[in-house]
Write a protein that binds this ligand. Structure first.
Ligand code: F6P
Length: 285
């Protein structure tokens, strides 16, 4: 399996070098297409998606892939072993204001469901390009230097952090959620939220810990973030780094998926913060 993951990582590295160039030089305007939730796709979303899909299509170990930007699963090799769900350019609307964005990949076996994830990867495109990989009990970070991804460090979360990244529109938060976030700030946490899931979660991981939340809200009771493309890959990374990832009460990697575009409320963090969320949410609904 180690070797298979290396083959998939090599493909992701190759796609990422092309996506970096696209971000630097590509057209940031809107296309005329909409994705499955009705968001107008940017030309960059579509172009990144094509790059990744074409690179995966050359790998015979990949059975299927599915992108956040597409309606359905793409069959690659019926005898392949791995299923890959990916978000080609998460937070792409931040490119035109020159904030960081990222690609997210979940590698599954058998079926696309949280409990079948065996590795996950994200690539953050910021002032530097970094790739973080969770596999085989470790989270490793690589940086693109002179055209190649080079190992930089292992990532481990502390028991408790200092950063708080609370997602969605505050007006739509439920009262217990608002109270919890207010209490977290009142205890000294700093606000760190760019609106890009990849850089926001990357910052919490690298600065030792904290909490990222995208809760159930009055306008989006099932949250906004997608299980297969965004939530499960990060849940796997946070758990492997020694932290936690829950929907309020339950481990995210245990929740069922009925449709490839299902969303879920989600909380990622170091253990003390996740315990606090569990305590608050177990008393409220
Ligand atoms: O999935 C899209 C996304 O842009 C994430 O990268 C980000 O965490 C989230 O939406 C931000 O949503 P909001 O603006 O509602 O907090």
């Amino acid at each position: 399996m180690q070797n298979d993951i290396k083959i998939i990582l090599d493909s992701i590295k190759q796609s990422s070098i092309k996506i970096k160039q696209l971000i630097e030089e590509g057209d940031t305007s809107k296309s005329t297409n909409q994705n499955s939730t009705g968001d107008t796709q940017l030309k960059l979303d579509i172009a990144s998606d094509v790059i990744i899909e074409n690179d995966f299509k050359t790998l015979d170990i990949v059975k299927q892939c599915v992108s956040e930007e597409q309606e359905s699963i793409v069959d690659i090799n019926p005898n392949g072993k791995y299923l890959i769900a990916y978000d080609p350019l998460d937070g792409s609307s931040l490119v035109d204001v020159n904030l960081s964005v990222g690609s997210i990949y979940g590698i599954y076996t058998d079926d696309f469901k949280g409990s079948n994830i065996i590795a996950s990867v994200y690539v953050v495109f910021g002032p530097r390009v970094e790739m973080v990989v969770a596999f085989d009990g470790e989270v490793k970070m690589y940086r693109l230097l002179k055209g190649e991804f080079q190992f930089v460090q292992n990532i481990k979360l502390n028991q408790k952090g200092k950063l708080n990244a609370p997602g969605s529109t505050q007006q739509c938060w439920l009262p217990h959620h608002k109270e919890m976030i207010d209490d977290i700030f009142a205890s000294g946490y700093r606000l760190r939220y760019s609106g890009g899931m990849v850089p926001d979660l990357h910052q919490i991981l690298l600065k030792g810990g904290g909490l990222f939340s995208y809760p159930s809200t009055t306008d989006l009771p099932k949250g906004k973030l997608r299980q297969l493309f965004e939530v499960f890959p990060f849940a796997f990374i946070y758990e492997t780094a020694g932290g936690g990832a829950i929907d309020g009460k339950q481990r995210l990697l245990e929740i069922p998926t009925t449709h490839i575009h299902d969303t879920t409320p989600c909380f990622f963090g170091s253990n003390d913060e996740i315990d606090l969320v569990k305590e608050v949410y177990s008393k409220n609904g």
